[in-house]
Design a protein around this ligand. Structure first.
Ligand code: APR
Length: 239
């Protein structure tokens, strides 16, 4: 059964939110699929400031693995179709991703913001220097240090309980949107999970595309169940 394409008019402003589900078919496991575990460790042990203090080698082992996996992965048709849509809509398109991988960028997306940070950026805890970093580290030689001040460095990722940056620009983009589409996110982590309710308050149409109904399903006008690569490419009737 072919689904109706979402009609975009000439002055529609599209706000798209993606989660780990859009990268799943590129081979990157989602958080919920991994049941929050990694090599038997609670994800909070390997993805938190406390975990970094307690065992920096374990945290860098985890993020080195995630970097290797993300570098070996390729953008899939869902990433590519969002990049094509951005080309067609230009500044009437905005992409917010909860993902820290760079598959959207490698697919060609430019009008993008990472709400939870970026896997390929590191930050020095001592001097605050932030730098692009695709390294996976051999933690048997200890955890990596800042090239500038030799302080401890961490992935530039927002861990649970840490504050998010640039929320204002996200809310400004949502305030100008005439349509909200979320793809491949369980709707379980705030403030990203709240965006659909803010969109619904503005009475703009809200769509969800994903394998299963999200926790914030009540915020969506329409839910289309299926995989990102099967549904996203045919989602929009190009203007
Ligand atoms: N196509 C579409 N959706 C999919 C696919 C797929 N191939 N595979 C899985 N999904 C859906 C799942 O049904 C699930 O609803 O993607 C969603 C992934 O949910 P999560 O694993 O919770 O990922 P996400 O919503 O991005 O998590 C949000 O939580 O762990 C933190 O900071 C982390 O950014 C992450 C945030």
């Amino acid at each position: 059964m072919r689904r109706r394409r979402i009609q975009l008019t000439g002055d529609d402003q599209l706000f798209v939110l993606t989660g780990a589900g859009i990268s799943a078919e590129s081979g990157l496991p989602t958080f919920r699929d991994s049941d929050g575990l990694w090599k038997g460790h609670d994800v909070l042990e390997v993805a938190s400031a406390e975990g970094l203090k307690r065992n920096p080698e374990l945290v860098w082992d985890f993020y080195s693995m995630r970097r290797r996996d993300a570098l070996a992965a390729n953008p899939n048709n869902a990433h590519l179709s969002l990049a094509r849509l951005e080309e067609a809509l230009d500044d009437r398109f905005f992409l917010l991703t909860q993902n820290v991988d760079d598959l959207h960028e490698r697919a060609g997306s430019r009008r993008i913001q990472h709400i939870h940070g970026n896997l390929f950026t590191s930050r020095c805890i001592a001097c605050g220097a932030t730098f692009s970093d695709t390294n996976s580290y051999d933690v048997t030689k200890g955890s990596p240090k800042c090239a500038k001040c030799h302080g401890a460095i961490r992935p530039d990722i927002v861990w649970f309980g840490e504050s998010l940056e640039n929320l204002d620009s996200i809310y400004r983009q949502l305030a100008r949107a005439t349509m909200f589409v979320a793809i491949g996110t369980s709707g379980s982590v705030f403030p990203a999970a709240e965006l659909v309710y803010l969109a619904a308050k503005r009475q703009i149409p809200t769509y969800y595309v994903g394998l299963e109904s999200p926790e914030n399903a009540d915020g969506f006008d329409e839910i289309r169940l299926g995989s990102a690569t099967s549904l996203v490419p045919a989602l929009f009737a190009h203007i």
